[in-house]
Ligand binder design. Structure first.
Ligand code: UGY
Ligand code: MN
Length: 264
């Protein structure tokens, strides 16, 4: 009996798995390159394909997507959710409107933080597809601390400060205790590395914006590059070495400014 056609295909393609860079170590970390993602549709969007990057199914206390928004695509109705949200334009542009007001154009590098129950809608009015990182979590309210107002801005309007061995921009100004969602844009010169191995309760959703490097996670050393997503679980030991010939940069979610009693 001959080898079934499907099996022949698998054998001739066998080397694909040896080149796979996707790693999933639940409770520790996940490396999720674009090449391995599978898209699906979401309710209340038109012309949008969603890549799910992180959800509570594998342990994160936040939900992160990459949205692929076709020209003319976007939300199909006003969204008003109980979650706080962060949007960052990786490529292309979106027109974002809050509370039915005039839309603001968010080009590549544009971002928005929205408090819970902030009504919003967006459309891609450009000619090309846009790619948007979308992070949501449940806001932890604290008596006596007011919930911040929405932010719409661009990363070039945020001042970078030297932190450890690299430059950090706080896209959410989490020096203010009203923010429990920290969003950093961290930029590294080639050859720069952390001054110490970090281990902390805060979990991370990390999106590589440019360049490449080596991430050391829980004693594994892994090559990472532009467009990779990385999840780091609470207390995962972490260390980054920037490599290559250009600066590398990533967008980093971390939970901040709360005492974790919400999980008791
Ligand atoms: O702020 C942080 O936790 C950050 N330095 N971690 C990281 O880049 N892996
Ligand atoms: Mn960290």
């Amino acid at each position: 009996m001959g080898v079934p056609q499907t099996q022949k295909l698998i054998v001739s393609d066998a080397d694909v798995t040896s080149r796979c860079r996707c790693i999933n170590k639940p409770g520790s970390y996940m490396i999720f390159p674009r090449a391995n993602r599978v898209e699906h549709n979401l309710p209340n969007f038109n012309g949008v394909q969603a890549q799910v990057l992180s959800t509570p199914q594998h342990g994160s206390k936040f939900v992160e997507h990459e949205l692929l928004v076709e020209a003319g695509g976007g939300t199909s109705a006003v969204r008003n959710e109980e979650f706080e949200q962060f949007l960052y334009v990786l490529e292309g542009e979106i027109d974002l409107s809050l509370d039915g007001k005039k839309a603001s154009k968010l080009p590549q590098g544009g971002f928005s933080w929205l408090p819970p129950h902030c009504a919003y809608e967006f459309t891609n009015k450009g000619k090309d597809r846009s790619r948007v990182v979308w992070i949501r979590r449940r806001y932890v309210e604290v008596a006596g601390i007011s919930i911040p107002a929405p932010i719409i801005s661009h990363e070039s309007d945020v001042k970078g400060e030297p932190v450890d061995t690299y430059i950090e921009k706080h896209l959410t100004p989490y020096e203010s205790l009203g923010f429990d969602m920290g969003i950093n844009l961290q930029t590294f010169d080639p050859g720069v590395y952390f001054s110490f191995v970090e281990a902390h309760v805060m979990e991370h959703g990390l999106y590589m914006l440019s360049g490449c490097g080596l991430y050391w996670l829980n004693h594994d050393l892994i090559e990472v590059q532009k467009d990779d997503f990385i999840y780091m679980a609470p207390f995962c030991p972490q260390f980054y070495y920037a490599m290559g010939w250009e600066k590398s940069a990533y967008l980093l979610y971390k939970d901040v400014n709360r005492d974790y009693t919400q999980f008791l």
